[in-house]
Ligand binder design. Structure first.
Ligand code: G3I
Length: 349
């Protein structure tokens, strides 16, 4: 247990646990295995892990019947060794359907290919992983009255595919907590998304769909102004009133101005995170916060550095790299780390 002179917990895991919640990070086992500083920070700070890529359909079954489980096995083993739980991301996502499956879904509209995918993954991980993003990003308001995204699943099976997927997962992993995971729910101009998602979830619950929780991704964007604290907070309360738990599943911050001095950049990121988490953690149904990575060294927000280790990357000018995660590329804590920690410490249980 790491405690500061103040006697307050210094790690994010301990600060979260103090409010009966958890903190974790998305990770790629290749980076965890090859970078001791990153590995040590994850062990010290995290109670949960999300496979950033390796548990997606195109990663686990690149060809029909050819399963690639080693990276997920490695992450599950790493989590088990260090007492961390794993968040199952994600069973169905329109951006991670392998090409061969896309063809079958489009042409044959065969639900069996989905059933076999769920069966293969949940049979292997249904015990080790007990919380799943069953459907990722099903919304795209503006296309249909129900606000659903036009995707290969909707084209093949209609809007009922989400309920069917939840039921398929419940059958294959009866003890797991089943979630829908979505982005774009926190800013003033995202009210339509919040309303649409709430209405859709109300419909799922009314239809008896086995939906236990909602993942709110939390990809903050400094270019979008400030978070609509009242509307976002009301939305979380309405979701909680439906009996769902909530997890902040992919927290990070896209900067708007990387030309500023680093201290100013980090302050803006930390202030946005604090504002967001103070609203989220005021809602008791919010059970955990997972950042989409620990370090600016690896972030989808800096594509040119994603997946590269520090050794090959220190030469990169800091302005190329987004500074939207708790640690910088050299694994030094940043003000965002303090913002998360202090928001947990200030939160009610
Ligand atoms: O591992 C392979 C490597 O072997 C290969 O050499 C390389 C080049 O092709 O690709 C590597 O896989 C990449 C993988 O990230 C791991 O780095 C995939 O191509 C790439 O598509 C994948 O991108 C991920 C993306 O989701 C798509 O799966 C990002 O890391 C990940 O941060 C991003 O995360 C999504 C969430 O799942 C959903 N919410 C939005 C979020 C950001 O887009």
């Amino acid at each position: 247990m790491g405690f500061r002179k103040s006697g307050l917990p210094s790690s994010l895991a301990e600060a979260a646990a103090g409010t009966g919640r958890y903190y974790g990070t998305a990770a790629q086992i290749e980076q965890v295995d090859s970078q001791p500083d990153l590995r040590a920070a994850i062990v010290r700070e995290c109670a949960w892990l999300t496979p950033e890529y390796s548990l997606k359909w195109d990663a686990v079954e690149p060809e029909p019947g050819t399963h690639v489980f080693a990276p997920v096995d490695g992450l599950v083993r790493f989590g088990d060794t260090h007492g961390m739980k794993v968040h199952g991301h994600t069973l169905l996502w329109h951006r991670s359907v392998p090409a061969w499956a896309e063809r079958i879904l489009s042409e044959a509209k065969d639900w069996g290919v989905i059933r076999r995918h769920f069966s293969a993954v949940l049979a292997r991980y249904g015990q080790a992983i007990d919380q799943w993003d069953v459907v990722n990003e099903p919304l795209e308001p503006g296309h249909r009255d129900d606000g659903l995204r036009q995707n290969v699943f909707l084209d093949a099976f209609g809007p009922d595919y989400i309920r069917r997927a939840l039921e398929e997962a419940r059958i294959q992993a009866p003890a797991a907590r089943l979630m829908i995971n979505e982005y774009g729910l926190e800013y003033a101009d995202e009210r339509a998304r919040r309303r649409c998602l709430l209405k859709f979830i109300e419909g799922l619950k009314a239809a008896g769909a086995p939906l236990d929780g909602l993942g709110i991704q939390g990809h903050l964007d400094l270019g979008r102004g400030t978070i609509d604290a009242t509307s976002f907070g009301d939305f979380l309360a309405e979701i909680a009133a439906l009996g769902l738990f909530i997890v902040v599943t992919e927290l990070d911050v896209r900067e708007a101005d990387r030309q500023l001095p680093v201290a100013a950049r980090d302050r803006r990121v930390a202030d946005a995170v604090r504002r967001y988490l103070d609203v989220a953690l005021a809602q008791p149904a919010v059970r955990g916060v997972i950042t989409w990575g620990m370090t600016d060294r690896h972030s989808w927000l800096s594509p040119s550095t994603a997946g590269e280790g520090l050794a090959t990357d220190t030469a990169r000018a800091p302005r190329d790299r987004n500074r939207g995660l708790p640690f910088d590329a050299a694994m030094h804590r940043k003000p965002m780390h303090s913002a998360i920690r202090e928001s947990f410490l200030a939160a009610s249980r």
